[in-house]
Design a protein around this ligand. Sequence first.
Ligand code: MV4
Length: 449
Amino acid sequence: MPFKVLIANRGEIALRAIRACKELNISTVSVYSEGDKDLKHLKFSDETVCIGPASPLESYLNTPAILSAAELTQVDAIYPGYGFLAEDYSFAEMCEKSGFKFIGPSSETIKNMGDKITAKTLAEESGIQIVPGYKNDIPKDPEKFKNIAKEIGYPIMIKATAGGGGRGMRVVESEDELISSAEITMQEAKNAFGNEKIYLEKFIPNPRHIEIQVIGDGKGHAIHLGTRDCSMQRRHQKIIEEAPAKNIDQDALEKTYEASINLCKKLKYEGAGTIEFLYENGEFYFIEMNTRIQVEHPVTEMITGFDIVKAQLRIALEMDIKLDQDSINFFGHAIECRINAEDPKTFQPSPGKITKMHIPGGFGIRYDSHIYGGYVVPPYYDSLLAKIITLANSRNSTIKRMISALDEFFIEGIKTNHSLHQEILHDKTFIDNKHTINYLENEFLKNDG
Ligand code: MV4
């Protein structure tokens, strides 16, 4: 009997997963909401099940509806993609308890990495450099608390242990803000996550965001697939990503690779994961680990030729797979531009009907998207329309190839951030690879009238 997998997601990643399943002769069940009946991947899926209304809470986040669909169609495993339930440890646990393989790491690992203090402790124990700070219980005595902060040195960042991805954090410039900022962060964390626990870090003012892609077999063996630079972002939404990260201290990188593999071995990490770092003055500082496939995985696939989604499936379904670090070779440079349905200046979402469009093609160009002419972009979900990925020998050639691909690409009927991409690709700071996480918001978008 061939394997059967339920895809618990929508949009481009659902299509990406179906393509991988087809290559592995895995049959697919796609679940969709009432707002998503025209999604492209449903046409290529062996079976489809409507799981509820358009609202994400009632469909793609509705665990009982998804598990019922899995029961009804008798699948072997569930593919979560990114977002939605991908990093919800109780969903992974419910899949396991219902007899469906969750395609990803164990619920225990998802839970541990979701608690940022636990994640930091595990990373530190594996030899990964962490941001200096304080992650024990905050003392009740305000003077003791102030002394801890003074020792770290201002500015300080207060983070909620249940936060992550930019949620539940606050910068503290000086001692007189410390207590009130801590109280506010705790209260917000309690409301948002039901967990008020916080920790302190030295604030790293102007870093790059570098991440390492890892793959584990779930039995204590793991490899890495190199780095990505995701510094070009606005409000924690990445806009352009690239692989590999350039101008990185090679000694620091080698040590960080080794320690990252140690962490995966210690966790008996299963499937694809990403270890995120802040990088400043030649040093890597661990911030968190994502236990899912990421939007930007294609840039890594392009420079390695390694199919990360197929690896996730093969590992989960215990199909043969070779995870051999020495057989991973890196070629050239890849860049991804995320095309969103949004106003390029105000960033307001722009759902609606795509009246006409033309997709780019040619040597070294990859296009991952679920949209088509006549498709109506619904207002209920995130605004990602398409990912254009280019690969060439050098970073400069890859930028040129992207400019050319974007010139070919047009979408009519809705607004997109296409023009923003064209402007960034011609920007000197970006071309010189001098941008940090602050560049887009604090410099690029301010200079432009
Ligand atoms: C930081 C930081 C500066 N110093 N921690 C934001 C998301 C979460 N993953 C961690 N984040 C940050 N943590 C210290 N000690 C700055 C950020 C940060 C950031 C990090 C990566 C990518 C984009 C960012 C945008 C704003 C702030």
